[in-house]
Every structure is written in C-alpha cells, then in structure tokens.
Write a protein that binds this ligand. Structure first.
Ligand SMILES: C[S@@+](CC[C@H](N)C(=O)[O-])C[C@H]1O[C@@H](n2cnc3c(N)ncnc32)[C@H](O)[C@@H]1O
Length: 286
C-alpha cells in the first residue's frame, strides 16, 4: 500500500537514518540527560539545555490538550514518537493513554523497554509502522500528536487523510514540525534534504490549507523559528564542549561529519529558509 502511494522511499530513507547505530548512539550521548526527546526545544532562558528546552515544547503542546472525558483517560496517538519521552510525559503528567506509531526499530525497542522498567507498559502501546499508512484497526483518538516527525512524510495529503480517519469527532490534532520559508529557493535547503533523505519540507500555510481541506478549524498555527536556530546552536555548542570525552566512544571523522551536518541546519535557519512551527487543528464534532 505504501509503495503504491509512493511513500515507500521516504519510509526507507527515514528508517535508514534513525536505525543507524551512529545516529542512535549520538542521540543518547549528546541529547539525553534523563529521558530522550529528539525534537526541537523552546529556548526561553539563558543556559537552557537541549532536554530542558525539549521538555518545554512538550508542555507547550500539553497546554492545548482538551479536558479528559469524564469516564476515561484522554486517548492520544503519537505519530513518530521516537524514544517515547513525550508519551511518558503525557502519561505521567496528564494521565493519558498513548499509542505511538513509529518506524525506528531501535527506538521502538528502547521505548518499550523503558516503559516496562517504569511500569508504564499498560498505558503506552508502541506500534511499528508508517504514519502515512496507519493500521486499519487502530481505533479513534481524542488527540493526534506529533513532534518534528512529519518532515519525513512524502505524501502529506495522505497523512492528513489518515489523521482525519483516526481522530474522533471533535478530535484535536497537535503537532510541531520543521518548515520552509514559502519563497525559499529549492537549492537553499538541498543539504538539509540530503542529510535526512527528505522529499520536501512543508510551509506553515501549506499545513493550514491541508487542515482546511479536511474542514478542520485552525485553532493555532504559529511560527516559532527563533527557537530552531537556538536549538541547533545549542546542539553544536554541546557537541563542541564534549568533543574530547565523545572521542572515547565515537570516531573523529564521524563527529566531524555530525558537526558539519549541524552547521548546515544552523546556516539554513540563520538565513530564514528553515523554519519551525506549532499547529493545533480541531476536527468538527459531527
Ligand atoms: C526528529 S524525530 C522526533 C521523535 C520524537 N517525536 C521526539 O520529539 O523525540 C522524528 C521521528 O519520526 C519518525 N518517523 C519518520 N518517518 C516516519 C513514518 N513515515 N512513520 C512513522 N514514524 C516516522 C522517526 O522514527 C523518528 O522517531
């Protein structure tokens, strides 16, 4: 089904990025302090670490969660949930029930084992899969949630159709994502595309149009691009400050390549080509 729709290549490219041992080790060594969030952070205070800023993003999205129904927990579907840190926050801080659909096998394994260690396995279900081709029997959710994963989609109308299918009546669609400036020349983001094997990057307006095509209300669509520049600068500074220590477990040429990759993102964000936004859409109640 994925291949017919032309999404198979984007899935294979994303999988080959996230399932690489080097990527996995880098995320654990440089991004994690406690629980591993690998999206973009909200940098509001001087000296914020990556994880403090990333946790702030989760809480900013959580502020927009609807109240739980009277007789049960709020159900959340996290698309591209990585190592599961957001899912755990949703359970621990807001008592939600969460299903994560994510394609990274290494991440899903780590996610399940951390949930089990914390006694959260009965509140979080981890499904191996592609968010552009969700399982037929997934059920319906009060909230569809995602952080910085839709950038990997190659068929966004189909992704939105899938979210429409699984969001219940009156459901909320909450996500952050990397964006491009609408008039940005194609070559300006070529290196960014190449690094993650991306098909194309959406615009803020493009996401709002897709939502309106589905008759969803745009409750919030906000450009938070200053934070993506701060985020990648913080990542670069963290890498540099820990370079000597990281050389004990990483090869120097791997660290240099990772550093060059981060510099590409910093340049694209500093030039205003690469942007970042937060979205809250609401599906009609009928
Ligand atoms: C930048 S990471 C963000 C992870 C997580 N949301 C977080 O903030 O920590 C992007 C995630 O998207 C997932 N992903 C990419 N393409 C996907 C697809 N087609 N279906 C499901 N997950 C996908 C990857 O496995 C990865 O975990």
């Amino acid at each position: 089904m994925s291949d017919e729709a032309g999404t198979g290549n984007s899935v294979a490219r994303a999988r080959s990025h996230y399932d690489r041992d080097l990527t996995d080790r880098f995320y654990h060594a440089v991004w994690a302090e406690d629980d591993l969030l690998i999206g973009v952070g909200l940098f509001e205070r001087p000296g914020d670490s990556l994880q403090t800023a990333c946790r702030r993003t989760v809480r900013r999205l959580m502020d927009r969660l609807p109240d739980a129904p009277q007789n049960r927990a709020l159900s959340v579907l996290d698309l591209g949930g990585g190592y599961g840190a957001s899912a755990r926050m949703l359970v621990q801080e807001r008592r939600c029930r969460v299903v994560c659909v994510n394609l990274g096998a290494l991440q899903n394994r780590a996610h399940r084992s951390r949930n089990a260690a914390l006694g959260l396995a009965d509140r979080i279900t981890v499904v191996d899969g592609d968010f552009q081709d969700l399982p037929e029997d997934l059920g319906s959710f009060d909230v569809v949630w995602s952080q910085d994963s839709f950038v990997h989609a190659s068929d966004r109308p189909r992704l939105f159709a899938e979210m429409d299918r699984v969001a219940g009546p009156g459901g909320h669609i909450l996500f952050t994502d990397l964006l491009r400036q609408p008039d940005c020349p194609e070559e300006a983001l070529a290196h960014v595309h190449a690094r993650l094997g991306l098909s194309d990057i959406a615009t803020l307006q493009g996401y709002c149009e897709l939502a309106r095509d589905r008759q969803w209300t745009v409750a919030e669509a906000v450009d938070l691009s200053d934070h993506i520049l701060a985020h990648y600068r913080c990542l670069r500074a963290t890498l540099d400050s820990r370079w000597a220590e990281l050389l004990e477990t990483f090869r120097a040429d791997d660290l240099s390549r990772i550093g060059q990759g981060i510099d590409v993102w910093i340049a694209a964000a500093a030039q205003g080509h690469l942007r970042w936004g937060l979205f809250h859409f609401e599906k009609p109640c009928r």
